[in-house]
Design a protein around this ligand. Structure first.
Ligand code: HEM
Length: 501
């Protein structure tokens, strides 16, 4: 029974089974009964009033009244598509995950791209990092790689996330975006400098979704068949080439075509111009972690490619548009906590905080049975002892509801056990604030001096100067001091552009 429901869900999702009303070619109520008349409600006389017995009206209106679900607390505006992942290089010496088991192996994927700070109706081209999340439907469950399009993050402790996001949203009194809130938070937490430079470079206004790289940012642990592990960062590079918009063009599109990126992706796929990305890993052994000059679990740092080279893994291709946006994109639930045997969390504090936040918000946003929504369902049957709750669609029939039991023959997977070897941690329990105790400026300096060419530096200064100028004079001075720690040249260029300090 359970398997049959799941099969139907998958087939409906894939568009293989038409919905009931398509089969019958007439309009129905939500409970499937043919509607008698659709363009007028039931009234006493021509001028009304309405009758409570108009169940067709009530069915229609009551559903409409409940159409909106909460938008994502971050990454509210987005678009997505489906496709596949193809393994092109053998990484089984690092990772035993089934999806990487063979060169040539293909796994179905779903991808959602998003802006971070804007609301569900906001413009696609606003300056912001973009989200780039991938769900892999593997034969050992769903693996979500939830990344962004710049390689580093604002903070290195998840407890700062809610406050930091509040500064990117609206002021509590005016309901306006507020430059003082933003520059106050940025300048009080210097670890944000690296990401701020990326976001204010033209990487903060990518030309749609197809021309951006993706970065898992958080560090994971890969386990191979012998139980040996390495730490890992994931990167997926666009095969279309990086392409960004200038500030002027991005601002123009905010007004003239606010859904620019969603439209571009949809049209490209519809015309058979399938975008693709190459997936890479970088790895670090325990010994390399011990010897690293920086904390490899700090999300404000990238792992330099010359020391930790990119190892190709495979190719991601998007070749299928959604057939129903709400069902397949709005309701998709991505979370770094969704891992498969062979992929584990590292001690990365941001990752550890994320492991809690995503499923927590999804239980609120979509309801506790959100994993039964077809786009979130794994390909294989779910066997566990979770039951009931609102909207339970696959309630696992009459199988036992408790563990251990003497009725079912289910056991844990030997393979999953082998790929979860014990590991040690030690240390003094304390609230360690690393805002000023770790190096916050060496990698931002490298970004400014070596990763940008002169044209890109000019645009960075221009973009930053405009944003800082919107803040009050004391915050402008603080921002200048912050960027002075990156480079005297950057500070003096900004100083000459910001007049009010
Ligand atoms: C402490 C750090 C973070 C917290 C607490 C956090 C929390 C969240 C939450 C609550 C959501 C909404 C999920 C939903 O409603 O389905 C979300 C979405 C998202 N986050 Fe984070 N996040 C953090 C850091 C990051 C980082 C470092 C990345 C990139 C590597 C990232 C990428 C994303 C993406 C791409 C989405 C949208 C997923 C989708 O398309 O549905 N986040 N985050």
């Amino acid at each position: 029974m359970f398997t049959m429901l799941k099969l139907i869900a998958v087939l409906v999702l894939a568009g293989a089974i038409p919905s009931y009303s398509q089969q019958n070619n007439y309009i129905t109520t939500g409970f499937g009964s043919p509607v008698s008349y659709k363009d007028a409600s039931l009234t006493v006389g021509r001028r009304g009033p309405l009758l409570m017995e108009d169940t067709e009206f009530i069915d229609e209106m009551a559903h409409f009244d409940r159409e909106r679900i909460p938008e994502r607390v971050v990454h509210a505006k987005g678009g997505g598509a489906f496709g596949y992942f193809n393994v092109t290089n053998d990484i089984t010496r690092y990772c035993a995950a089934a999806l990487f088991s063979q060169v040539g192996k293909r796994t179905k994927i779903a991808v959602r791209f998003s802006t971070i700070g804007g609301e569900r109706g906001s413009a696609d081209t606003r300056r912001d990092p973009r989200g780039f999340a991938i769900k892999f439907y593997t034969e050992e469950g769903n693996w979500d790689l939830v990344g962004n399009t710049v390689p580093v993050f604002f903070i290195r402790d998840p407890i700062l996330f809610p406050s930091f996001i509040h500064t990117q949203k609206r002021h509590p009194a005016t309901f306006l975006h507020n430059a003082d809130m933003q520059w106050d938070a940025i300048t009080l937490r210097p670890e944000s400098t690296h990401m701020v430079l990326y976001v204010f470079s033209d990487r903060g206004t990518p030309d749609g979704f197809r021309y951006m790289h993706g970065y898992g940012i958080s560090t994971f642990k890969l386990v191979n068949a012998t139980g040996h592990h390495v730490f890992c960062k994931f990167t997926y590079m666009t095969n279309q080439g990086l392409r960004n918009l200038t500030r002027a063009r991005a601002q123009q599109l905010e007004g003239s075509d606010p859904d620019y990126a969603i439209r571009d992706l949809y049209q490209a796929i519809r015309s058979g111009n399938y975008p693709s990305w190459t997936l890479y890993i970088q790895v670090m052994t325990e010994e390399q972690v011990a010897q690293s000059s920086f904390n490899p679990f700090d999300d404000t740092k990238l792992w330099p490619e010359d020391r930790y080279p990119f190892i190709e893994v495979g190719r991601l291709t998007l070749n299928e548009n959604p057939t129903n946006y709400f069902q397949q994109i709005e309701q998709i639930a991505m979370s770094p906590s969704r891992m498969v045997p062979g992929i584990k969390p590292s001690p990365d504090k941001i990752l550890q905080g994320r492991l809690f936040a995503y499923p927590d918000t999804q239980r609120y946003r979509l309801g506790p049975n959100f994993l039964q929504i077809p786009v979130n369902c794994p390909l294989q049957d779910v066997h566990n002892y979770q039951r009931d709750g609102p909207m339970s669609y696959s309630n696992q029939g009459d199988s036992p509801v408790y563990h251990p039991n003497s009725v079912d023959s289910l056991n844990v997977s030997q393979r999953a056990t082998q790929l979860s070897p014990p590991y040690s941690v030690s240390g003094d329990v304390y609230k360690y604030d690393s805002g000023n105790t770790e190096d916050n400026f060496a990698q931002p300096r490298d970004f400014y001096e070596n990763r940008l060419d002169e044209a890109a530096r000019i645009n960075l200064v221009d973009n930053l100067a405009e944003a800082i100028s919107a803040a009050s004079a004391p915050l402008q001075r603080r921002a200048l001091n912050l960027f002075g720690n990156v480079s005297a040249d950057l500070r003096s260029r900004l100083q000459s552009r910001i007049t009010s300090q």
